[in-house]
Write a protein that binds this ligand. Structure first.
Ligand code: FAD
Length: 275
């Protein structure tokens, strides 16, 4: 299928990209792996694409003030193969390795995936379970949004018009992390994905693919506070879909998604505990 006609501009900085976006029916172009299919299907018809792929600040993984900073244009594959992340935040490479296939991982970016906010995307589970911060830049400056306030609804985030997601910031973790995913067979997207992080007496569990937006499984987390035993995990995981409205679509019913959330939460916690 052929897209509607559009103009293309390459931005040299976040500020320039932000100015180009203003009032132009314009969209940011990152890896293009969600946007271009949507344009080919006629679901998105921007008049202008603003390519942010050559803005140096948006790329790469570094340590800064005890945190790990991942530029929004960093590809899934760069995260999967990062030695720094394998040592300091092993959940991120594990999640990256489960996204699509090698071609998708070579082009798709963490920032593009988060900004797109597909309810079946993998990154949101990791970002919530790691309690990440998201840096947003524009011609007017910068602001930081916690992951817990970033995802608003189906394909909707806290990114305001003219803003660009520039980086994702996470604290380092130990090895007690795990991501369990049940993939939709044709696309590889998550019918359900659960990320678990165990740190000291605290547990964080986040679920993607089940509801319109990804969520922290708060009841599971509080049931396990201070007692992450196999029995407690089994009981707590039963609450993984409590308080949310699971989606029904041609890939799975709400009941099935809730069931997956419970099973994958138990598996992710068991694996994280024994890591
Ligand atoms: P783009 O497609 O370029 O952009 C996506 C949207 O975000 C656009 O609206 C764009 O304007 C906006 N945007 C992009 N970057 C920014 C930014 N920095 N700031 C503000 N707005 C921005 N994903 C999964 O999670 N799991 C899978 O298993 C999976 N399988 C896939 C299989 C196939 C065959 C394909 C084609 C895609 C798959 N994906 C999967 C999606 C893939 O991860 C995409 O790369 C990702 O969703 C979008 O990233 P992108 O860099 O390609 O963004």
């Amino acid at each position: 299928m052929i897209t509607a006609p559009f103009e293309y501009r390459r931005a040299a900085s976040v500020q320039e990209a932000s100015r180009l976006l203003a009032g132009n029916n314009a969209r940011v172009l990152a890896g293009g792996h969600s946007l271009l299919p949507a344009m080919k299907l006629g679901l998105a018809q921007p008049a202008l694409l603003v390519d942010i792929g050559r803005i140096p600040d948006l790329r790469g993984i570094r340590e800064e003030n005890g945190k790990l900073v991942i530029g929004a244009m960093t590809t899934h594959y760069e995260i999967e193969s990062s030695e720094l992340l394998r040592r300091s935040s092993p959940l991120l490479p594990e999640v990256a390795a489960r996204i699509g296939d090698l071609q998708v991982r070579n082009r798709g970016t963490i920032g593009g995936s988060l900004a797109h906010a597909d309810p079946a995307a993998d990154w949101p589970a990791a970002i919530l379970a790691l309690d990440a911060e998201l840096e947003l830049g524009s011609a007017d400056g910068r602001r930081t949004v916690p992951a817990s306030e970033f995802f608003l609804d189906l394909f909707q985030t806290a990114i305001r018009p003219g803003e660009i997601l520039s980086a994702i910031r996470v604290g380092p973790t130990g090895p007690k992390v795990a991501y369990e995913k049940f993939a939709q067979k044709a696309s590889g997207f998550a019918l359900c994905g659960v990320a678990a992080v165990i740190e000291g007496a605290g547990v964080r569990v986040a679920v993607t693919g089940v509801a319109a937006k990804p969520y922290r499984a708060a009841r599971v987390e509080s049931a396990l506070r201070g007692k992450v035993t196999p029995d407690a995990i089994g009981r707590a995981a039963e609450q993984a879909a409590d308080g949310v409205e699971p989606l029904t679509d041609l890939h799975g019913s709400a009941e099935y998604r809730a069931h997956l959330a419970r099973v994958l939460t138990r598996r992710a916690l068991e694996r994280a505990r024994s890591a």
